[in-house]
Design a binder for this molecule. Structure first.
Ligand code: GLU
Length: 475
């Protein structure tokens, strides 16, 4: 009999159930946590090109154990209620795992953004934002959206402005959405954040030789062969940082119109520029092109990074995946059925709710920045530099007193004297969040006999935190 693939939301629920079965939750609480609290569907009309076009959008609120609830807004034709509910649930677990003080939410608009001019998209986005804001589904203290597939800084700026126009006396209006451009209340490092988080997650994984051995790998990230699916914002930054800073070799890049493969390593920026100019990877001169892109998921490599859509590793291809380590940069790229097959094969999966939590982590910093109305580091930076200067002066006079010339490594002074700016602080906060969360997950993975994989331990950690919040509220 052919096994049926469950829907995305069912897949998330199945994974949740697998973990919840290992917990001792009070009766009823398990269900309370699993179910999506509310989903609002809106259909609105916008007059475009001489006629009214109707659009369908959603905002799902999965859990309000902490408020505001948080999660992106996706613009794609594939958006539907099941998908936003699955994604909202993942947001709940992601925020809990990474210690971002939010409940989980997600939104989506059924639209192919490439079919519209910028001014048309602005009108559609503002109208969608208006529908959500008037029901407090966009609100600095209740529900704070962010970018997701098909949206970015530009859309977030429109949403923030729309909210501000509707709430002219709200001094915290900028905190109603994150992922805004820098000149409209954004924060340094938000655009790169999810990809950067994937890099920090892998660095942390490779700091633990026992974990690396579980994936039948050894050594460090340096020289590891990596295949990336999707060179969007997340995939691009992850691939770029891993190749430029950690010595990984990006052997494959899979896009909508096929895949590029080069065992010697692809130039991520060159491929990214090619896609920007030509709309796809076809015709890229310096690699082998395969029209059947999905087949490259099954190529030999050390690390596979699905950074595009959900469900790409499923019952049909899971048994052919050769990568011993998968890091889920996308949300839900591995279905529940595929997850079981891969686990039996011994594949180690670094799960989505951890691997791609970098985005919401930096969103958290942006939200705090907006509420505090001051950029990070503004008060301390020069004071820090002055204190460091004192140390350098002392070292110089000490060596002079000893009749020696102090000659530190060339970039020491420049690095040591400079006070941390916002970008450095954001990266440090993100690195800390990614390290801490990984360490909590791995403890359960190693210590509990019944916890066979990182996903189950990620669920255990987050469900436990959500359960504690509910209990503290008296539920
Ligand atoms: N859309 C991103 C995610 O799936 C970011 C959410 C946020 O920053 O709130 O995690």
């Amino acid at each position: 009999m052919v096994r049926q693939e469950p829907s995305f939301r069912e897949s998330v629920d199945l994974m949740f159930n697998r973990a919840a079965a290992l917990m001792d939750l009070p009766p009823g609480l398990e269900e309370k946590i699993r179910v999506c609290n509310a989903t609002y569907t809106v259909r609105f009309g916008v007059r475009l090109r001489g006629q009214i076009q109707t659009f369908t959008g959603y905002r799902a609120v999965h859990s309000e154990h902490m408020e505001p609830v948080k999660g992106g807004i996706r613009f794609a034709l594939s958006v539907n209620q099941d998908e936003v509910e699955a994604l909202a649930a993942l947001m709940t677990y992601k925020c809990a795992l990474i210690d971002a003080p939010f409940g989980g939410s997600k939104g989506g608009l059924c639209i192919d953004p490439r079919q519209y001019e910028e001014h048309e998209l602005e009108r559609i986005t503002r109208r969608f934002a208006y529908e959500l804001a008037k029901r407090d589904l966009i609100n600095p203290s209740q529900n704070v959206p962010a970018p997701d597939m098909g949206t970015g800084e530009r859309e977030m700026a429109w949403i923030a402005d729309q909210y501000a126009r509707m709430n002219t006396t709200d001094i915290n209006a900028l905190a109603c959405v994150t992922g805004k451009p820098l000149n409209a209340g954004g924060i340094y490092g938000r655009v790169e954040a999810t990809g950067r988080g994937v890099q920090y997650a892998l660095r942390e994984f490779f700091r633990h030789p026992e974990d690396v051995a579980k994936a039948q790998l050894s050594g460090k990230l340096d020289g590891k062969r990596v295949i990336v699916q999707g060179l969007g914002n997340v995939g691009y930054h992850a691939a770029k940082f891993l190749s430029e800073e950690d010595g990984a070799t990006i052997t494959g890049i899979i896009e909508r119109d096929g895949a590029l493969f080069d065992p010697e390593g692809l130039d991520v920026d060159a491929v990214h520029n090619w896609i920007a100019r030509h709309g796809g990877v076809t015709g890229y001169p310096d690699a082998t092109h395969t029209a059947e892109g999905a087949a490259v998921l099954e190529e030999e490599c050390d690390i596979l990074i699905p950074a595009a859509l959900e469900g790409v590793i499923n019952l049909t291809n899971a048994h052919r995946i050769k990568a011993p380590l998968i890091i889920e940069a996308a949300n839900g790229p591995v279905t529940a059925g595929a997850d079981e097959i891969l686990q039996q094969k011994g594949t180690v999966i670094i799960p989505d709710m951890y691997a791609n939590a970098g985005g919401v982590t930096v969103s958290y910093f942006e939200w705090v920045k907006n509420l505090s109305h001051i950029r990070f580091g503004r008060m301390q930076r020069r004071q820090e530099e002055a204190r460091h200067q004192l140390v350098v002066d002392q070292l110089e006079s000490l060596s002079a007193a000893l009749g020696k010339t102090w000659s530190p490594t060339p970039d020491f002074k420049q690095k040591y004297l400079r006070g941390a700016d916002e970008l450095e602080l954001v990266r440090s906060g993100l690195d800390d969040a990614m390290r801490e969360a990984y360490q909590t997950m791995r403890v359960l993975w190693h210590e509990r006999e019944d916890v066979k994989d990182l996903r189950t331990s990620a669920y255990l950690v987050s469900i436990d935190k959500v359960a504690r919040s509910y209990r503290a509220k008296g539920l």
